[in-house]
Write a protein that binds this ligand. Structure first.
Ligand SMILES: NC(=O)c1ccc[n+]([C@@H]2O[C@H](COP(=O)([O-])OP(=O)(O)OC[C@H]3O[C@@H](n4cnc5c(N)ncnc54)[C@H](O)[C@@H]3O)[C@@H](O)[C@H]2O)c1
Length: 376
């Protein structure tokens, strides 16, 4: 097979700590190579090119697309720029791997998938946690454990104090939103994937920003904020710029009388924790603790499930990206079906848009209210 020529737009943390190591693994197998990297901060592009031995770096992503004509472009910019660069890369003839969330509105996500179709290319949303051990386990266990019809889920990803400070996560004009976009998207995506993608009917949510605005009195950990490695050229953080939510709580109504309770936070006076509980009419599953709640005869039973992750990259930082890139190459070769389907991504993006409108307007917002919702 011809090596896939990959270019990167946005040379920050996720490019350096997830995408480039994952592509490095493909490079060692002679399956792919990185031909260029672009970033509006030239120092980030230049240093990334030096670090990963990338032949060309650019300050202007369009110039890179025009000159290099890559086969695949990985869009690793802050969220607000995902749509623009994905569309430009698709129109330049490349397939696109776009970081999550691919868009902040249903209409934008729809336009991105329509562009991919028109250009005869594939847009791969980076829902990398579909390959992380907890979600692989949950997907597999739910498919086998027969918990019946799911009707309640409690999903939460709480960081007591884990505000990402190295980039533009905290600025609405660049990132669109806070932990709902950052952490919530992964958990909602996983839940919808495991339960057959029930349609998001409505979201009722609240967004808070009390702690982040208190300033720099609390020492922040980059690692506890989600960056294990790869923060080489951070942008200086100023808490006065913080204008997204630091915590997002609420409920999502899914079709089929299915309610989801959620909590996604970068800052909350609450223990740092994750929970992922799914309840059906025949059983329930606690994903984080590998527990199955299902009766045996007339006895209530609590079963600890054993999960063995025998895959090769599970000790790597951002292992999900390693599996995801291998999958993308197999899809491009026609050997695998896409795991992340456009209709699933559109469903998640509708939850994002409903959540932010709900928080702003202080009411439940239905997906049917969104612009272009459901239009073919
Ligand atoms: N899949 C995951 O698990 C995961 C984890 C962390 C971050 N992410 C996503 O990755 C994206 C980037 O996050 P990050 O932590 O690398 O942020 P970052 O701030 O470290 O990196 C973003 C880079 O994009 C550059 N940039 C900004 N605007 C640009 C533009 N218009 N054109 C080109 N480059 C531009 C910045 O200069 C910066 O170097 C976000 O969308 C985030 O949600 C995903």
């Amino acid at each position: 097979m011809k090596k896939v020529r990959i270019a990167i737009i946005g040379a920050g943390m996720i490019a350096n700590s997830a995408h480039l190591p994952a592509i490095g693994n493909l490079k060692r197998q002679e399956l792919a190579e990185v031909v260029g990297v672009a970033d509006i901060r030239p120092e980030a592009a230049r240093e990334t090119a030096q670090r990963y031995d990338i032949p060309k770096w650019y300050e202007d992503p369009q110039q890179m697309l025009d000159e290099l004509k890559p086969d695949l472009v990985s869009v690793c910019t802050p969220n607000v720029y995902h749509k623009e660069w994905s569309i430009k890369a698709l129109e330049a003839g490349a397939h696109v791997m776009c970081e999550k969330p691919i868009a902040l509105t249903y209409q934008d996500a729809k336009e991105m998938f329509e562009t991919a179709e028109r250009c005869g290319r594939i847009l791969f949303p980076c829902q990398s946690r579909r390959w992380s051990p907890d979600m692989v386990f949950a997907h597999d266990a739910i498919s086998q454990a027969d918990i019946g019809k799911p009707y309640f889920a409690d999903i939460s990803f709480v960081r007591r104090y884990g505000i990402p400070t190295w980039g533009m996560f905290h600025m609405k004009e660049h990132n669109g939103g806070g932990p709902f976009c950052d952490l919530g998207v992964h958990f909602i995506d996983a839940l919808l994937w495991m339960t057959g993608n029930p349609r998001v009917e409505a979201v009722s949510g609240k967004a808070f920003d009390y702690l982040a605005k208190q300033g720099n009195d609390i020492l922040l950990s980059i690692k506890e904020s989600g960056a294990y490695t790869g923060v080489f050229t951070p942008r200086p953080y100023d808490h006065r710029e913080f204008n997204v939510e630091e915590s997002a709580m609420g409920t999502i109504r899914l079709e089929g009388n299915f309610l989801v309770n959620f909590r996604f936070t970068w800052a909350l006076n609450y223990p740092t924790s994750k929970s992922f509980l799914l309840c059906g009419d025949r059983g329930g599953i606690d994903v984080e603790n590998f527990m199955l709640y299902k009766n045996v005869g007339h006895y209530q039973a609590e079963t600890k499930l054993k999960f063995f992750d025998n895959r090769p990259y599970t000790d790597k930082a951002f292992d999900g990206h390693w599996y995801m890139y291998e999958h993308v190459l197999k899809v491009l070769e026609g050997k695998e079906e896409r795991v992340v389907k456009p209709e699933e991504t559109l469903n998640i993006v509708s939850a994002i848009e409903c959540f932010y409108r709900s928080a702003e307007e202080n009411r439940e917002v239905a997906s049917a209210e969104l612009k272009d919702y459901g239009k073919a």
